[in-house]
Write a protein that binds this ligand. Structure first.
Ligand SMILES: [Zn+2]
Length: 571
C-alpha cells in the first residue's frame, strides 16, 4: 500500500480516484472519507451509519488501495453472494469462502487466497475459527479485517450471533490487522460492547443520525382485532413496492394470503420456508422493476439493496427500537419520501417476550449446563459443545453463548478438537457461574426495558425522530416536521377534498381479512394525514383540526397545536 505518511491528501485523492473509476461515484460522503482515511492510516474504526449510506464502500475502496487482502466478515451467505457479484461486476478482485462451496470451489478459493495481493475476501466468523480453514486466512496476513453488521457481536444488539463473539481472538491470530466495524444502528452501549469485544485500540468512531429525513414516521395504536382493517386501509393508499413486517410466521401467512385473495402482488418470506424458496422470494422481490409487497418476518432484510421501497409497515411491533430503525432504514434509499408505519398493539410485546425467552440464555439454561459440565468431568474425554447441549437439554445456540461466557470468564477452555473442560477448581467454577447468573439477570432486565421502549415510542407525544435520535445518543435532535406528531401541528393546510381523491383512484377489489370479512371501505385519505385512517369524518372538514385520535390510549391528552418552524428541521 501507499505509505501512511505519504500524506492525508494523497490517500484521500487515491480513495476518490478509486471511487470514480471502479464505483463511478463523483463524490464520497465526508463520513465515508473520514472512515477510509482512518482505515488506511491503520487505525481501528467503528462506523455506525444508517442503512443506505454506502457503508460497504468504506472497506471496498481501501481494499483497492491496500496491497494485501481485506477480510470481510458477513453474517449471511446470501448477503455474501450478492456482494461478491456486485464487486465482480466492478472488476474488484473478490472471493467468497463459506460452507456452501463445493470441494473444487473451496480449493480454488483457498488457492487464490494463498496468492494474496489486492483482494476482498468475504467469509463467515466460523471460517476463521475452523482448524481446517483458519490457518489459510492467518497465513494471508490480511491488511484489514472488516466486520460487517457488527452489532451482531454485542449481546445488547438486537441481532446477536454467538459465532461473532470470538472475533477478537481471531483478530490476534490474523496478526492484529486494523479492524473496521460497520453497523447501521448502535446505541452508545452497543458501540462500547463492539469496541471491547473486538479489542479495538483507541478507535475512530463515526456515527450519523440513525434515520434519514425522507422517512415519514407514523404510529397507529390498534388493538389486535383492528390490525387487519387498519393495515388494509394503509396498503390501499400507499404506493408500492413496500414491505410488511410481522413478528410471527402465522401473521405472515395470514396477511400474505389476504393480499393474494385481493389480487395484490405480494411475496412471503419467513424462517420456516425452505432456504431455496426464501432466496428465490428475496431475489424476485429485489428486482428493480418489481412493484410488489413483501410480507416477511424480521428474517428478511439484511443486505436489502432496493432503492425505491416506498413504505415499511409493521403489522406487529418489532422487538426493540434498534430493530425498528434497522428495518425502516430499508425504505426510501433513493431519497424520495417513504412511509414507515407502526401498527402498535401492547399485546404484540407478549409475542416478543415469548421469543426472547426461547432465544436468550436464562439462569435455568446455565444451571443445566453447569451440571452437564460437572457430570462430564468423570468421563475419559472432553465433551464437544454439541455433546454438552444434548446433555444439558438446551439448544446448540444457547449452549454456544453460555460456553463463550464461561470461556471469557476463564472457567472453561477448549482443546484442539473443540472439547470443552473446566480449568479451575470446583469452588472457583461454582463462584464464577454464580457471577454469570447475575449477568444473565441483567440481560433479562435489559430485554424487558427495550421492549418497554417500543411501547414508549408508540405512545409518546413527542416528534418520532426526536425520540429515536435521543435514544441513539444525540442530545438535542431537531424535530423532523414530517412524522405524525409533527403533522398534528400543521394539519389542515393542503388536503384535497374527498371527492377529488375519489376521482383520482381506481376501484379495487376489497382486501378481505383472514376471517373472510371485507375490510371497511373508508375513503382514501391523503398519505400526509395519518390520523384520518381512524377518523374519516375529519376528511370532509379538512380545514378544521380533526377530533382527538380514536386510537390514542385513554389518559393521553391531545397536544395543543403548535407550528413547527422549518428552520428546526434537519437538513
Ligand atoms: Zn417529527
Amino acid at each position: 500500500m501507499k505509505q501512511p505518511n505519504s500524506g492525508k491528501l494523497s490517500l484521500l485523492s487515491a480513495c476518490r480516484q478509486v471511487a470514480r473509476r471502479a464505483f463511478r461515484l463523483q463524490s464520497l460522503r465526508p463520513e465515508q472519507e473520514s472512515a477510509m482515511l482512518a482505515v488506511l492510516n491503520l487505525r481501528d474504526t467503528l462506523v455506525a451509519l444508517p442503512s443506505g449510506f454506502g457503508k460497504s464502500l468504506i472497506y471496498q475502496v481501501p481494499a483497492m488501495i491496500l496491497e494485501r487482502p481485506t477480510i470481510v466478515i458477513s453474517p449471511l451467505i446470501a448477503l455474501m453472494a450478492d456482494q461478491e457479484l456486485a464487486l465482480k461486476k466492478r472488476g474488484v478482485p473478490v472471493i467468497a469462502f463459506h460452507s456452501r462451496l463445493r470441494v473444487a470451489e473451496r480449493r480454488a478459493v483457498l488457492a487464490r487466497l494463498k496468492k494474496g495481493g489486492r483482494l476482498v475476501v468475504l467469509t463467515t466468523p466460523e471460517t476463521l475459527e475452523s482448524a481446517a480453514t483458519g490457518p489459510f486466512f492467518e497465513r494471508a496476513r490480511p491488511a484489514l479485517l472488516c466486520i460487517d453488521e457488527a452489532h451482531c457481536i454485542s449481546e445488547w444488539g438486537h441481532d446477536f450471533r454467538p459465532s461473532y463473539l470470538r472475533l477478537g481472538e481471531a483478530r490476534k491470530r490474523l496478526g492484529n490487522p486494523p479492524v473496521l466495524a460497520l453497523t447501521a444502528t448502535a446505541t452508545p452501549g452497543v458501540r462500547e460492547d463492539i469496541a471491547g469485544r473486538l479489542l479495538l485500540r483507541d478507535p475512530r468512531v463515526l456515527v450519523a443520525p440513525p434515520y434519514r429525513d425522507n422517512l415519514r414516521l407514523t404510529v397507529d395504536i390498534v388493538p389486535g382485532s383492528g390490525k387487519f382493517p387498519a393495515a388494509a386501509r394503509r396498503i390501499k393508499r400507499l404506493q408500492r413496492p413496500g414491505i410488511i413486517y410481522c413478528a410471527t410466521t402465522t401473521a405472515v401467512d395470514e396477511v400474505g394470503g389476504a393480499l393474494a385473495r385481493a389480487r395484490i402482488p405480494a411475496t412471503r418470506y419467513h424462517g420456516k420456508m425452505r432456504a431455496a424458496d426464501r432466496e428465490a422470494a428475496q431475489r424476485q422481490s429485489m428486482l428493480p422493476s418489481r412493484r410488489s409487497i413483501m410480507v416477511a418476518t424480521t428474517a428478511f432484510g439484511m443486505g436489502i439493496d432496493k432503492p425505491n421501497i416506498r413504505y415499511i409497515l409493521h403489522y406487529q411491533a418489532p422487538g426493540s427500537l434498534e430493530q425498528y430503525v434497522q428495518e425502516i432504514g430499508r425504505a426510501g434509499r433513493d431519497g424520495h419520501p417513504a412511509y414507515c408505519i407502526l401498527l402498535f398493539d401492547p399485546a404484540d410485546l407478549e409475542i416478543h417476550e415469548h421469543l426472547q425467552a426461547l432465544n436468550r440464555p436464562s439462569v435455568r439454561h446455565l444451571e443445566r449446563l453447569e451440571s452437564a459440565l460437572n457430570s462430564w468431568t468423570d468421563e475419559q474425554r472432553a465433551p464437544t459443545p454439541d455433546n454438552l447441549a444434548y446433555s444439558a437439554g438446551v439448544s446448540a445456540r444457547i449452549c454456544e453463548v453460555l460456553l463463550s461466557d464461561l470461556e471469557e470468564a476463564g472457567l472453561t477452555a477448549r482443546d484442539e478438537e473443540g472439547g470443552v473442560s473446566i480449568v479451575v477448581s470446583p469452588e472457583k467454577f461454582k463462584a464464577g457461574v454464580h457471577e454469570l447468573v447475575a449477568k444473565l439477570k441483567t440481560f433479562r432486565y435489559e430485554g424487558e426495558r427495550r421492549l418497554r421502549l417500543i411501547a414508549d415510542y408508540a405512545r409518546s407525544n413527542e416528534c418520532r425522530s426526536v425520540f429515536i435520535r435521543r435514544y441513539f445518543g444525540e442530545d438535542h435532535p431537531p424535530r423532523c416536521g414530517t412524522c405524525d406528531r409533527c403533522r398534528v401541528d400543521r394539519v389542515g393546510t393542503t388536503q384535497p377534498s374527498t371527492s377529488q381523491r375519489r376521482h383520482a383512484r381506481p376501484q379495487r377489489r376489497p382486501i378481505e381479512n383472514p376471517a373472510g370479512q371485507p375490510s371497511p371501505q373508508f375513503p382514501m385519505p391523503s398519505d400526509t394525514n395519518s390520523r384520518s385512517g381512524h377518523q374519516p369524518a375529519a376528511e370532509t372538514t379538512p380545514r378544521r383540526p380533526p377530533p382527538p385520535r380514536a386510537s390514542r390510549p385513554q389518559g393521553h391528552k391531545a397536544r395543543p397545536r403548535r407550528r413547527s418552524p422549518k428552520s428546526r428541521r434537519p437538513s
